[in-house]
Ligand binder design. Structure first.
Ligand code: 26V
Length: 810
């Protein structure tokens, strides 16, 4: 945006007076933040209007990314950057004695997501807008986002995330664009003039009210829309006259039960429970979203028969799969199309991404629950299933097992993944290995039936938030060495490779990292009261706490190192600071126990003067996007140590790499592709291969007890879990102990222990040579461009949504 500092300053002063009726100097920073946010939103509004007008005029294809989760984080800084206003704003505020960073910190994180899947959706919105693709988000405006984590006595305690407490300057409530979503009741079937007509009657109507947030592209005059739906009663008025008859309380109860649909984000991301409220949430936003898309399309003269030429709907995992039968319902019942035509249009429009192969995360709804809540939708799913199964019968005569594996409805359940595959034209995994496992294992039968639907789209991250914004020091160095073309073309980062052999550049990389580490060290001191050595290796594992992500493996090797250091305090190791952060699902006992273990180790190690000059352990509470933005640029070592085959892709691995951390990893998810990019010598790989893990799963043959019995270091650390060393309560870590021993170590932690410890010794020896270490960091940065979500989105556009979408705005 073309604005000068003085104009900006004047506009800000006026805005402040406008909304607060006072002078800036009399107010507090929160008021200053509100005024700034409101001013920026005004600027964006013009752009937003322009973009929408343009889309209506050009009639270009609109992409709708349907997701239960959008983990945006804060918006002020990124929006300012994308508008090209950051320097002007900083300078104008400085003249008013205001530090922009102080205001930025007052913004609540928009935390409407659990982790990887939700953050990916946010990166994709940023990339779509920045590439000039007409791509919009559709989801739920949860009143409470992902819970806030407190650590009390070493344990996770969950507090509600009341993120709207201070209001939200970015959103606009659009009551006039509300939709009605119908739950329950019955379906009346009539024959009207020879046509069978289905009408849902006696249903419970819920009003879906949209709140729109602009998603601003990077310096390209584009503002797309994230539309989040909130549930309200259709009539918001209480009937006060019925107060005396006791109806008033009933009315309030009813209001609460309707509003509960968009009340809270489910804090699980890997364990499926068939809760009716979650099914309601899914249908609620999907139905509202599709109704509004079609209403808009028709209002602008679109012919329903060509809907698939003008829109694409992408479903982020199976959660929005009801988009398929809902679209069918509208095309059949409301638009009067025949089945074949409606089906062709629907499958052309919908595409699906799978994000996990964990069997326990597969969504399957009990038929009775499904049918009771969504009677008409169930009829349509039944019809889809029958038609699909009849195709299967023709192809696989007599192969009942295969057919029942592929069926959409079976064993009293509706299987959402099967419905998603059958009802869409594209099914993608999120990293090469993950896609191969989907094709050859998880969805083998469906893949052989529809080989052309399956494809890979390796995840990515927006380099604008994760490099330009979160690491200005590194961005500066890059601009000074290779110019700024990488900002629009992130693969140009490869030009940095030749500089990484330059000693001066290596020193500069070291200096930048040191500064980032100092900032993080300050934060650690403020939050945890722990002083950490910024010349130590910052060894970081930040992500959801989960068995398969193997924070336990990390813990065991720290416990092992602790044993070795207490036996020999002169052991020659480079000092290390082990940094953890992450939330456990509130109902996941083992994961919560792991958090307690990390904190118990921290307590022990940090307070032992014999070792605490060499190692320290830190658990930072309440991991979220903003905290990630501070931790990742300060990391030396990126821990990506999941059990091979279990992590679909991972995206923090890409963020660390782009910020010049070196990865220690198993050959899982996108780690494989990172390794292919940088070469074996520039990454630390260890552990079982996918083939070995799959063979254990299929053929058995793994015994953790054997390893425990034969390996002394392992035996010692496992015993330490229950011998009182880390807790007076010897039973405290019993569940971890049992998991690793009696339950045969489901995630092969003990199997990978030795190679992990050995590989860490290599880390140590290379870190001692600062120049070599920084050279490798530089190579990682140089090769990180392909992991920008711009690349991913271009591949979605060309391969799934429509090749005409890309490159027009670059
Ligand atoms: C599954 C479930 C199961 C039922 C309960 C609620 C719920 C919510 C989300 C999911 C999907 C899987 C969760 C997820 O975040 N997967 C991660 O997706 C990332 C982006 O593709 C990927 O990098 C991670 O490897 C994958 O774990």
């Amino acid at each position: 945006m073309a604005l000068d500092k003085n104009t900006f300053k004047k506009a800000y002063e006026n805005k402040y007076k406008d909304i607060h009726g006072d002078e800036i100097e009399n107010g507090n920073n929160l008021q200053r933040y509100e005024a700034l946010g409101s001013l920026i939103r005004d600027y964006v509004s013009w752009l937003w209007l322009d973009t929408n007008k343009r889309y209506n005029k050009t009639g270009e294809k609109q992409i709708y990314y349907f997701s239960m989760e959008f983990l945006l984080g804060r918006l002020l800084g990124d929006t300012l950057m994308n508008l090209g206003l950051i320097d002007i704003c900083k300078e104008a505020l400085a003249e008013l004695n205001i530090d922009l960073r102080d205001l930025e910190e007052l913004e609540e994180d928009q935390g409407l997501g659990n982790g990887g899947l939700g953050r990916l959706a946010a990166c994709f919105l940023d990339s779509m807008a920045s590439l000039g693709i007409a791509g919009h988000g559709c989801g739920i405006r949860y009143k409470y986002g992902f819970f806030e984590q407190k650590i009390i006595d070493g344990k996770q305690v969950e507090l509600s995330d009341n993120w709207l407490r201070q209001g939200n300057v970015w959103e606009r409530r659009k009551i006039e664009k509300s939709e009605v979503v119908k739950f329950g009741g019955e379906v009346k079937v009539e024959n009207i003039d020879g046509r069978i007509v289905f009408t849902q009657i006696n249903y419970e109507p819920v009003l879906a009210v949209p709140y729109d947030t602009p998603i601003v592209g990077y310096e390209n005059n584009v503002a797309n829309t994230l539309r989040l739906w909130s549930a309200e009663t259709v009539s918001n008025e209480f009937d006060y006259s019925s107060f005396s008859s006791g109806e008033y309380l009933k009315a309030i109860e009813y209001k609460n039960s309707v509003e509960s649909i968009s009340q809270v984000l489910y804090p699980e991301d890997s364990f499926y429970e068939g809760k009716i409220l979650r099914l309601k949430q899914q249908y609620f936003f999907v139905s509202a979203g599709i109704q509004s898309i079609i209403r808009h399309y028709k209002a602008h003269g679109g012919n329903i028969k060509f809907l698939d030429e003008k829109i694409s709907i992408h479903i982020n995992d199976t959660h929005p799969t009801l988009a398929i039968p809902e679209l069918m319902r509208i095309l059949l019942d409301e638009e009067g199309l025949g089945w074949e035509e409606a089906w062709r249009i629907t499958t052309n429009i919908v595409s699906y991404t799978n994000h996990t192969i964990l069997a326990e995360a597969l969504e399957k709804w009990p038929i009775d629950m499904f049918k009771g809540l969504l009677p008409r939708i169930y009829m349509i799913v039944e019809e889809i299933n029958e038609r699909f199964c009849s195709d299967l019968w023709n192809k696989y005569i007599g192969q009942w097992e295969k057919i029942s594996d592929m069926a959409i409805i079976a064993d009293g359940q509706v299987r959402m993944a099967n419905l998603a595959v059958v009802g869409s034209h594209s099914v993608n995994g999120v990293a090469k290995l993950h896609t191969e496992i989907l094709k050859k294992e998880e969805m083998k039968n469906l893949y052989y039936f529809y080989p052309n639907k399956f494809n890979n789209k390796t995840n990515g991250i927006t380099h604008r938030r994760w490099l330009l914004r979160s690491n200005p020091g590194l961005t500066n160095l890059l601009c000074n060495t290779i110019g700024d073309s990488f900002i629009k073309h992130p693969t140009d980062l490869i030009n940095f490779e030749k500089f990484t052999y330059d000693k001066g550049v290596q020193e500069e990389l070291e200096r930048i990292k040191k500064k980032n580490k100092e900032r993080l060290a300050e934060k650690i001191y403020k939050k945890n009261g722990i002083i950490v050595d910024t010349s130590s290796i910052f060894d970081v594992q930040v992500k959801r706490i989960h068995g398969y992500k193997r924070q336990t493996l990390n813990c065991l090797r720290i416990m092992d190192l602790y044993n070795k250091l207490t036996n020999n305090p002169n052991l020659d190791i480079h000092p290390r600071t082990f940094i953890f952060a992450g939330k456990a699902a509130p109902g996941y006992y083992l994961a919560k126990n792991i958090i307690e273990l990390i904190n118990a180790i921290a307590d022990k190690v940090n307070n032992d003067p014999l070792v605490n000059k060499k190692i320290k352990v830190v658990f930072l509470e309440n991991y979220n996007v903003s905290l990630a933005e501070e931790i990742i640029p300060a990391a030396d070592l990126s821990e990506q140590i999941s059990t091979t085959t279990k992590e679909a892709s991972g995206t923090s691995n890409m963020k660390f790499m782009m910020n010049g951390a070196i990865t220690i990893a198993t050959l899982d998810g996108a780690n494989i592709e990172i390794s292919d990019e940088v070469g074996n010598n520039n990454i630390f790989i260890f552990g079982l291969t996918a083939r070995q893990v799959l063979s254990y799963i299929e053929n058995g043959g793994y015994s953790s007890q054997d390893i425990y019995n034969k390996n002394e270091s392992i035996k010692n650390v496992i015993d330490d879990l229950i011998n009182g060393k880390y807790s007076k309560d010897r039973e405290k870590f019993r569940s971890i102990y049992d998991h690793l021993t009696i339950f045969n170590d489901e995630f092969y932690v003990l199997k990978d222990f030795d190679s992990y410890v050995e590989t860490n010794k290599k880390v140590d020896s290379i870190f001692k040579d600062m120049y070599k270490w920084q050279e490798i960091c530089g190579i990682n940065i140089a090769h990180s461009g392909v992991f920008s979500s711009d690349r991913t989105i271009q591949q979605y556009a060309t391969g799934i949504w429509g090749p005409e979408l890309i490159y027009k705005n670059l």
